[in-house]
Write a protein that binds this ligand. Structure first.
Ligand SMILES: Cc1cc2nc3c(=O)[nH]c(=O)nc-3n(C[C@H](O)[C@H](O)[C@H](O)COP(=O)(O)OP(=O)(O)OC[C@H]3O[C@@H](n4cnc5c(N)ncnc54)[C@H](O)[C@@H]3O)c2cc1C
Length: 468
């Protein structure tokens, strides 16, 4: 029986463990902070649960337009959120999800060891340091034929803006707040910064978003980012672009953020969302020949192999694409490879992802951003959301459906959807990209009338016309 040892119990680790156990391997998973990893305990699950409450608040925004009587303005129909209760729900849901995954692992016959793992003996052994209360730490050695490292990442901290967990916060500390920040400064306008800025504004905070770049969501579809920035500003968010924060300093119940050009921004709280660092420092990687990049990420190929024989890596510690879905796929691929099963190398052009703002931004495959550098030959059609009959009925104004296809063959290359629940709408586009469907094939499939997904078929029809 092949022995597989996994360091890290997030989606990269636990998905690998489940697949390996199903395929008959003897599996041990070593985890330091809780099964489910950051994905379940501090990142995806908590943030999306918080955003679920924010979405309820946003839903009331268009209530008067739909004829719902809400008093003088939408703010009068709900009196605000009880953040302590919201956060209690967030933490309980995350803990339960972690428990459910741990239970699934136990049922599958996976051995879970709580402690810090590191590689030893050329990678054939995982050394686990376990600390229990006042007891001295003990070390257990787990022998393995293959090791998968899936240790994830943690928030990057600036020395000049050290989080104190009360007023200057990382995203992992937000769920300990009992009261809604009155005046929240969010430093960083990437996906994490944008999601929290939007959510806290919907919950009732005054939000200032500090972005070092020209616009929010640098690196994402430009049209989508523009829509979101307009919506943010219309709702009253202060967006400071080309404004790099150099420090955040607390003085009592106020926080001052200083920008590179000397300007200052005042608030009651500051969320630092300035990226992540991989958890790879204390794993003994160098000694066993596992190469890392300058940023500390583990170098892997498309089947999750590191530069050391028998050692694989998956998830955020590899820096391939920081998504739970990608981590899980890399973990499964590592297992298939280690156990000699058929393997399809990871294909990032098929990854669908979503930014959980209001509206949401879902993307799959090639989009303008990477098509320019990657494959400049593409046709594109963008249909504004407010041309869709269902969107009109629902009072959805902001957003669009954009499809890319290859000229000639009409094969769908990718798409971007900006809409409420875009995360649910992107799936047909993902299937089209994955299965190499053509615009004609997509256009010929019935869609419900009226439906938002009707815009996907309509965009495909327009792409056919463009080819004539
Ligand atoms: C705020 C936020 C929201 C996000 N939302 C989404 C989303 O909606 N959808 C999505 O797809 N992605 C989302 N992501 C990204 C997603 O959280 C990560 O891509 C995912 O967590 C990566 O999984 P992982 O298995 O690599 O690592 P993690 O989930 O970080 O798990 C790693 C585990 O390894 C453990 N560990 C570390 N070092 C050791 C060691 N030496 N020994 C033992 N254990 C160790 C850690 O304790 C942890 O339990 C979000 C990220 C952030 C920051």
């Amino acid at each position: 029986m092949t022995r597989i040892a996994i360091i890290g119990g997030g989606p990269g680790g636990y998905e690998a463990a489940l697949v390996a156990a199903r395929l008959g391997a003897e599996v041990t998973i070593v985890d330091r902070d809780g099964i489910g990893g950051a994905a379940v305990l501090t990142d995806c699950v908590p943030s999306k649960t918080l955003i679920a409450t924010a979405d309820v608040m946003t839903a009331f925004e268009d209530a008067p337009e739909l004829g719902v009587r809400v008093g003088e303005d939408a703010a009068h129909c709900v009196t605000g959120v009880d953040l302590a209760r919201v956060n209690a729900r967030v933490k309980a849901l995350a803990a339960k999800q972690s428990e459910d995954i741990a239970e699934g692992l136990a049922k599958a016959g996976v051995t879970v060891v709580r402690g810090s793992g590191r590689l030893a003996d050329g990678g054939a052994i995982v050394e686990v340091t376990m600390r229990g209360g006042a007891e001295q730490s003990t070390v257990e050695r787990v022998a393995a034929d293959a090791v998968i490292i899936a240790t994830g990442a943690r928030p990057r901290e600036l020395p000049s803006a050290r989080p104190d967990g009360e007023r200057i916060l990382t995203w992992t500390q937000l769920y300990d707040l009992d009261e809604l920040p009155e005046d929240l400064i969010v430093v960083g306008s990437g996906v994490t910064g944008a999601e929290f800025a939007g959510a806290y504004q919907a919950l009732g905070s005054q939000v200032t978003l500090v972005s070092s770049r020209d616009r929010v969501l640098p690196g994402e579809d430009e049209d989508a980012a523009r829509v979101l920035e307009e919506v943010f500003q219309r709702r009253g968010m202060r967006v400071l672009s080309r404004s790099r924060a150099t420090s955040a300093v607390r003085d009592g119940d106020r926080v001052t953020v200083t920008l590179e050009d000397g300007r200052t921004v005042q608030g009651t709280h500051c969320l630092m969302a300035v990226g992540s660092l991989p958890n790879t420092e204390e794993l003994g990687l160098e000694a066993v020949g596992v190469q890392t990049t300058r940023s500390g990420h583990i170098v892997v190929d498309r089947v999750s192999r590191t530069t050391a024989a028998g050692v694989y890596a998956a998830g955020d510690c590899t820096g391939v694409l920081p998504l739970a879905s990608v981590a899980a796929m890399q973990g499964r691929i590592a297992v298939y490879h280690a156990l000699g099963e058929a393997v399809w190398p990871i294909n990032l052009k098929r990854v669908s992802s979503n930014i959980f703002t209001a509206p949401e931004i879902a993307t799959v495959g090639r989009t303008t951003f990477n098509a320019e550098s990657d494959d400049p030959k593409f046709d594109v059609v963008k249909l504004p959301l407010d041309t869709n009959p269902r969107a009109k009925m629902l009072g959805f104004h902001d957003g669009f459906v954009k499809l890319y296809s290859r000229p000639g063959s009409g094969t769908i290359l990718g798409g971007v959807i900006v809409s409420p629940r875009a995360s649910e709408l992107i799936h047909p586009v993902s299937m089209a990209v994955d299965l190499h469907l053509t615009v004609d094939q997509v256009a010929s499939v019935f869609t419900v009338y009226p439906s938002l997904s009707g815009s996907i078929a309509e965009a495909a029809r327009r792409l056919h016309k463009d080819e004539e």
